[in-house]
Design a protein around this ligand. Structure first.
Ligand code: ADP
Length: 267
């Protein structure tokens, strides 16, 4: 059987592609992907954010870009797509093409084509990082990406409790199966620090995530606190790192971005 990964071709101009995944929805994968992309940009990198969560794209809303449409241009018979720009990030999402409440039923070949267009027909230009927000779960999109382009690394977003650990393990395994190096895990909603300096509150009970990571020599890239401002800023269409660039949460994301950059070669 031929090697399905032999078809990979790099996208000219894009140095590194990072995939952000999670075993299931609702753990904050899109929130983390968006703020990590912004933190990389704050660190002086040129960054694109591709919302490949085709089943539930949330990047348009998070960036206040609902109902926005990218510009399509004709380049010698080839349609090219000009991504949107927000806070210095290049953005592309299926949500810019289909309405928010319109369900899309994807068949394999359509999905393959959409992912291909997002990668090759979007005018990304020169990027240090293309951060890809994957759909939750362990589906077709990651396999398509892994087959089409060389991916520098995957990141798994999860929450601290044991109920979520089983899904985190599946996401870790997903990257392994498609031969994408795992950069590490980001624990979201790790704790809650009440205003006024009292003790941290463990909103979700801490389970065996840390020992799983230790045993398998997987790095924890960061612990993002639960913060009402994170949710509020996403609702308002300005992710927290852009809304409060000097705040403590932006500092946590800056640290995660720094660790990620250190882990990748040639940086
Ligand atoms: P996923 O992409 O995993 O489905 P989202 O990023 O859409 O998850 O986040 C789900 C909800 O949780 C959103 O309303 C988001 O604003 C909120 N959220 C995510 N992370 C945090 C956090 N650290 N603190 C507070 N709210 C958060």
């Amino acid at each position: 059987m031929s090697n399905p990964f032999a078809q990979q071709t790099a996208i000219p101009g894009i140095k590194k592609i990072i995939l952000v995944g999670s075993g299931k929805g609702g753990v904050g994968k899109s929130t983390v992907a968006a703020n990590l992309a912004l933190a990389l940009k704050e660190a002086g990198q040129k960054v694109g954010l591709l919302d490949a969560d085709i089943y539930g794209p949330s990047i348009p809303r998070m960036f206040g870009a609902l109902h926005q449409r990218p510009t399509f241009t004709d380049e010698g018979g080839r349609t090219r797509i000009q991504p949107l720009v927000r806070h210095g990030l290049l953005l592309m999402s299926m949500g810019f093409i289909v309405e928010e409440n319109q369900a899309v039923v994807w068949r394999g070949p359509m999905l393959f084509k959409a992912v291909d267009q997002f990668l090759r027909d979007v005018i990304w230009g020169e990027l240090d990082y293309l951060v890809v927000d994957l759909p939750p779960g362990t589906g077709d999109v990651v396999l398509t990406l892994a087959q089409k382009v060389p991916v520098s690394g995957g990141i798994v977003v999860c929450t601290p409790q044991n109920l979520a650990l089983v899904d985190a393990k599946k996401a870790v395994d997903m990257f392994k199966q498609v031969h994408i190096p795992l950069l590490g895990v980001i624990e979201n909603m790790s704790y809650f620090q009440p205003p006024g300096g009292s003790d941290r509150v463990q909103l979700f009970p801490r389970g065996e995530l840390n020992s799983f990571l230790d045993t398998n020599k997987i790095a924890k890239l960061g612990e993002i606190p639960f913060e009402t401002a994170i949710g509020l800023s996403s609702e308002a269409g300005i992710p927290i790192v852009a809304a409060e660039p000097d705040g403590s949460t932006a500092g946590v994301f800056a640290e995660v971005a720094r660790r990620m950059m250190d882990l990748l070669p040639n940086h």
